[in-house]
Design a protein around this ligand. Structure first.
Ligand code: ADP
Ligand code: MG
Length: 694
């Protein structure tokens, strides 16, 4: 093969063993060029540097071992399988194959030596160690112990492509590099010097062929450079998204002071200074002729709904429609009621559209939207169904953003694009996101923060108790109910199935019913139909129920100001962010509120720390910072942002300290090296094509 100069431009089909079919499979992993294969990074390593004698095999570990076939037989116990018994003089091990070919069986002759690698398990003491489907190769006896591998990188694979295929491709790519080919180093030279980064090829070399088992990859300078590059690429991809949107025009929505004044007068309370400020920020965005893309962060109970209503009013008065999207039907209905009660008297037509609206009702609602007869429509995912057309959509409001992925948000916005004009977008979240994280995770949005709670709120008092004190808690509830309090009793079983969680809630409800005569108790859980849940919630809201037993379905957004007592079972199993969200359901009224966190002993030190933080503060931002320290960004951005921010080498919790530098560098690249944006994003961000289209 002739050596092409740049591997970024060399198609993968130029490597030996890559025909059309393989290329297609590689394409599924976004591997198109030879450089792409170098950036297909391992996610762990296996130690193939020493052979373990069979007598010393450690159950629960992946081991490399060699042995002579003593016996190979096909058995039919339960399932047809081939068992191969190996020995090396120090002990015996059984290999078990559920899938095997005849020729495979033929090779397992008594006396044949095998070199194997696999997970060692012990199912029963008498049977000894066993390995299911090990990787193996036949060796001759005199080759025993002659290893040519050290640490072996393990790659993400796709159907029909095996580890070996990747190893071969990567080997070829490095061979080309040795013969004068190169990959682009996109990082500006100044930066490389400043941050003392290792050159690109050296970094890649160390990742694919590490010298020793990396215990903490972030300690290795070679990784740092790649982590930085990946974070930068992600930042740039979002910034580009934002720029992309700025190419559209947006309707300039003039603020009608009168209607806003009227609305605020009738509210019954004054906006807090923070609410005021954010309302103004949004108002000036909406007046502009470029689409607003704003993230509104405000702790639970900080009053985001009123702010959203002001924004909606502005759009409606300017003659446009507003779509509001909530993560659950329950929340959609709650917003609907709020908006209805606030806006209907101003002759604004508010409607609600959720999954259960079908047939004639659905058609009626969607044609009203299409005809422009509906001013505000509040809904769930149902709002993105392709059939729904808006007559004149001017503003999209998305509540509790963390439930939606970026793609969903974009899909909704695209619906509104008409003749080169794009609706404004307001995204609201109650998950406090530390600033550095927000800079990366939401680099496509401007940020507004409500950093103050409405006056008169008394901070929730939090108590931590072992589950053995449950009776005491129940007694306290009894007292509370007698004093007119309403109570949430939250059951959590985080790892287990939803079914189990519902069973736990049912059991808890039963216990309470039996211990508290005359107290009215309702139950909501995830397996109930939406309208059943809604009915129970409505009863609780109207104070027809004293206690609401619930699974974590009530985590988001539900507003029942009279509820002032919350008990959370197995609180130690929840993350801080979730505990904070849950606790935010109480402390909304004017009386003192209490939250009891019950735990199963013994408490791990991490769980202990989490619960103590909850007792010490009610400040969502403090809790979020602590959460990030204790268990990473996962809950904050990663998992909830489905399909977004899946990193190859970076780990937001571990690498968050780089983000300031990353943001700075991104700004510089966007100003001075725009030509680098596309190739960097292409190299690191999965499905970059999808992003580019937006
Ligand atoms: P969240 O930000 O969690 O969505 P909500 O919008 O549901 O909060 O508001 C929580 C409660 O506080 C609601 O009952 C709302 O009417 C009330 N509220 C909002 N703003 C104020 C204010 N400035 N003064 C008093 N009460 C307010
Ligand atoms: Mg809310």
């Amino acid at each position: 093969m002739t050596v092409a100069s740049c591997l970024d431009d060399l198609p993968i089909t130029r490597l030996i063993g890559v025909g059309e079919k393989v290329a297609e499979k590689l394409g599924r992993l976004d591997i198109v060029s030879v450089a792409d294969v170098l950036f297909h990074l391992p996610f762990r390593y296996e130690d193939r540097s020493k052979v373990i004698s069979i007598g010393a095999l450690k159950p629960g570990h992946s081991c490399l071992f060699e042995g002579r076939v003593e016996i190979a037989e096909v058995v039919f116990r339960g399932r047809r399988s081939m068992l191969v018994r190996l020995s090396d003089g120090t002990g015996f091990v059984t290999l078990r194959f559920f899938h095997f070919s005849n020729s495979q069986k033929q090779t397992m002759q008594r006396g044949q030596w095998l070199r194997c690698f696999g997970d060692v398990k012990v199912y029963s003491k008498s049977a000894g160690p066993e390995v299911v489907h090990p990787e193996y190769q036949l060796i001759s006896e005199h080759k025993r112990g002659q290893l040519d591998e050290g640490l072996l990188a393990v790659y993400p694979v796709t159907e029909g492509l095996h580890q070996m295929s990747f190893r071969k491709l990567i080997k070829q790519a490095f061979a080309l590099l040795k013969n004068g080919a190169y990959v682009h180093d996109f990082l500006p030279e100044k930066l490389l010097k400043e941050l003392r980064f290792v050159p690109l090829v050296e970094s890649l070399q160390q990742l694919h062929y590490p010298q020793s088992m990396p215990s903490d990859v972030s300690d290795i300078p070679a990784f740092k450079r790649l982590i930085f590059e990946e974070l930068l690429a992600n930042h740039l991809s979002l910034s580009r998204l934002k720029q992309g949107v700025q190419q559209w025009d947006a309707p300039s929505l003039k603020l009608s002071d009168d209607s806003q004044q009227q609305f605020l007068r009738e509210l019954g309370f004054d906006l807090t200074a923070a609410q005021r400020r954010v309302v103004d920020e949004i108002a000036s965005d909406l007046k502009a002729t470029k689409p607003m893309q704003r993230l509104l962060q405000g702790d639970v109970g900080s009053g985001k709904t009123v702010v959203a209503t002001c924004a909606a009013l502005q759009a409606i008065q300017a003659g446009y429609q507003v779509a509001i999207m909530a993560p659950t039907e329950l929340l959609a209905e709650q917003h609907f009621k709020n908006f209805q009660s606030w806006l209907a008297k101003m002759n604004i037509r508010v409607d609600c559209l959720v999954g259960r609206h079908k047939g004639a009702i659905y058609n009626e609602k969607t044609s009203a939207i299409q005809a422009g007869e509906t001013d505000v429509v509040i809904g769930t995912q149902a709002l993105f169904q392709d059939k729904i057309e808006f007559a004149k959509l001017g503003l999209i409001i998305i509540d509790e953003q963390h439930r939606f992925g970026v793609q969903q948000r974009l899909a909704l916005r695209d619906k509104g694009i008409r003749d080169g004009s794009c609706p404004h977008q307001l995204v609201m979240t109650a998950t406090p996101i530390p600033r550095t994280l927000a800079m990366l995770g939401y680099a496509d949005l401007d940020l507004s923060v409500i950093d103050e709670l409405p006056p008169g709120r008394i901070p929730v008092t939090t108590t931590i108790l072992p589950v053995s004190k449950k009776q005491r808690v129940i007694d306290r509830i009894k007292q509370g109910v007698e004093n007119g309090r309403q109570v949430y009793w939250v059951c959590t079983l985080i790892e287990e199935s939803e079914t189990l969680q519902c069973q736990a809630a049912e059991a808890a409800a039963e216990l309470l019913v039996n211990s508290l005569q005359g107290v009215k108790i309702g139950l909501v859980h995830g397996r109930m139909k939406a309208d059943e849940k809604e009915a129970v919630m409505a009863k609780f809201k109207q104070q027809e129920l004293h206690i609401l037993v619930a699974t974590t379905v009530i985590e988001v957004g539900v507003d029942v100001p009279n509820a002032s007592l919350m008990v959370i079972e197995n609180a130690e199993r929840l993350g801080l962010a979730q505990l904070h969200q849950l606790r935010g359901r109480v402390g909304r009224g004017h009386r003192d509120s209490h939250c009891v966190l019950m735990y199963q002993s013994p408490l791990s030190s991490n769980a202990n720390e989490r619960l103590s933080i909850m007792r010490k503060t009610t400040d969502g931002f403090k809790i979020a910072e602590k959460d990030m320290q204790l268990r990473g960004h996962g809950e904050l951005l990663g998992k909830r942002q489905a399909g977004f921010m899946r990193f190859k080498v970076a780990d937001m919790a571990r690498d968050a300290h780089m983000l300031d530098n990353v943001a700075q560098c991104a700004t510089e690249v966007l100003q001075k090296h725009t030509e680098l944006v596309e190739p960097l994003v292409h190299r690191w961000v999965a499905n970059s094509a999808e992003y580019a289209q937006v």
